[in-house]
Design a protein around this ligand. Structure first.
Ligand SMILES: [Zn+2]
Ligand SMILES: [Zn+2]
Length: 350
C-alpha cells in the first residue's frame, strides 16, 4: 500500500525558484498583460509576488494595456501606481500619466514634461501628441502655435512607425502647413499611411483569427476597435486603427462626467482621439456643417472617411441663405473658429 505524500513547506516548487527567474516571468507578464487587472491581480496573490512585482525592472517593462484604466476607476492608488512606473522608467507610464495630467487634471507643465520624457525614449505616441500640442498651441494662447515644431515632431513619430503622424505629415505637405508645400510627396505619404494601416489590420486579423476572412469590401457598421473596413472614394480599404488606452481614457473621462469641460470647449470629434480643447475655438471645424471639431488634420481626415462623410450636410439655414456655401468655400462660417477645415477637401486621398 502506497503511503500518502506529505506536503511540507519545503516541497513548494515556487519557493524554490530563484528571485531573478520570478522577476523575469513578471517582466514578461507586465509587458504583455492585456488589462490592468491581468497584472495587478497577480500582485495580490502572495507576499513574494507582491514584492517581486514592484521590482523596478518589472514596472519599467509595463506595456500600455497595463495602464488601460477606466476613467471611473481613477483613484489615488491608480495615480500612485502610474507614478511608480514612471519612476521605474516606463515610457508608456510617462506618456499615459502625461496625457492624463495635461488634458484631464489641467496640470499642463507636468503633463508636458512627462510626455517629453517619453518622447526622449522614442515613444511615438508621445511624439505625435507633442506635435498636436504644438500645432494647436494647446495649454497656451493662439500665438503659441509652433507649426514647424509640430511638423518636426510628426516626422520623427512617423519614422518610428506612427500612422497618425504619417497621415498628419502628409496633410501638412499637401497644404503647405508648417512646411514647404509638396503636393506629390504629401499624397505619397497619405497613400503610405493607408497602406500601413491596412497591413496592421490584416496582421491583427490573421493573429486573432487565422481561419476567418473578416476583410470584406463595402460599407459596414462603424464600430471602433473591431475590424471594419470602409470603402472610400478611391476604392481603398479604410480601417479603424487600434486606439491607444490613453486616448480611451481621455474620451471616457469627459463623456462619463468624471471631468467637466469648461464652457465653450469641445472634444475632438474623432472617436479614437479624446483630446479636449484647452481654450475656446482651438480646434479646426468642418466648414460644411460647422458641427464637428478636430484637433488635427489627421483626425479630421480619418473621421471623414470612417463616419462624418455620411452625416455631414450644410445646415438648412445656410442652404436657404446661400446655396453655394456647401461647397466648402466659406471658410469662416459661424465665426470665431481659428481654423475651419473644408470637409471633403484633401480627404479623398487613398
Ligand atoms: Zn483628434
Ligand atoms: Zn461636416
Amino acid at each position: 500500500m502506497r503511503r500518502p505524500i506529505k506536503y511540507t513547506q519545503k516541497s513548494d516548487l515556487f519557493d524554490g525558484l530563484p528571485d531573478d527567474i520570478v522577476v523575469f516571468i513578471l517582466c514578461k507578464l507586465s509587458s504583455t498583460a492585456s488589462s490592468p487587472s491581468d497584472f495587478v491581480n497577480i500582485l495580490s496573490t502572495c507576499k513574494r509576488l507582491n514584492r517581486s512585482g514592484a521590482h523596478r525592472l518589472v514596472l519599467s517593462r509595463a506595456g500600455p494595456k497595463v495602464f488601460a484604466i477606466k476613467a471611473n476607476k481613477w483613484s489615488e492608488f491608480a495615480h500612485r501606481f502610474l507614478k511608480r512606473c514612471v519612476n521605474a522608467g516606463s515610457a508608456d507610464a510617462c506618456y499615459t500619466l502625461g496625457m492624463i495630467r495635461f488634458y484631464c487634471l489641467q496640470n499642463r507643465g507636468n503633463g508636458l514634461s512627462l510626455m517629453a520624457k517619453a518622447a526622449m525614449k522614442s515613444h511615438s505616441p508621445a511624439l505625435y501628441s507633442l506635435a498636436v500640442i504644438q500645432f494647436n498651441g494647446s495649454g497656451g494662447s493662439k500665438r503659441e502655435k509652433d507649426l514647424r515644431a509640430g511638423v518636426a515632431l510628426c516626422a520623427r513619430a512617423s519614422l518610428l512607425g506612427h500612422i497618425d503622424a504619417l497621415r498628419e505629415l502628409g496633410h501638412c505637405l499637401q497644404d503647405g502647413y508648417g512646411v514647404r508645400q509638396n503636393i506629390a510627396e504629401g499624397r505619397r505619404l497619405l497613400v503610405q499611411a493607408n497602406a500601413r494601416e491596412l497591413a496592421s489590420v490584416i496582421r491583427s486579423v490573421t493573429q486573432s483569427s487565422p481561419s476567418s476572412s473578416l476583410l470584406t469590401w463595402g460599407p459596414q457598421p462603424y464600430h471602433i476597435g473591431s475590424i471594419c473596413p470602409l470603402l472610400n472614394e478611391s476604392g481603398d480599404n479604410v480601417s479603424v486603427p487600434e486606439v491607444h488606452p490613453a486616448n480611451w481614457f481621455l474620451r471616457d473621462w469627459f463623456e462619463s462626467g468624471c471631468g467637466v469641460l469648461a464652457e465653450g470647449l469641445r472634444l475632438c470629434a474623432h472617436i479614437g482621439c479624446g483630446r479636449p480643447e484647452t481654450r475656446p475655438h482651438e480646434f479646426r471645424r468642418c466648414s460644411v456643417c460647422g458641427m464637428v471639431n478636430y484637433c488635427s488634420r489627421g483626425c479630421q481626415a480619418l473621421d471623414w472617411k470612417l463616419r462624418h462623410k455620411m452625416e455631414c450636410s450644410p445646415p438648412e439655414i445656410w442652404a436657404d441663405d446661400n446655396d453655394g456655401d456647401a461647397d466648402g468655400e466659406g471658410g469662416d462660417n459661424g465665426g470665431g473658429a481659428e481654423a475651419d477645415v473644408v470637409a471633403g477637401q484633401n480627404l479623398d486621398v487613398g
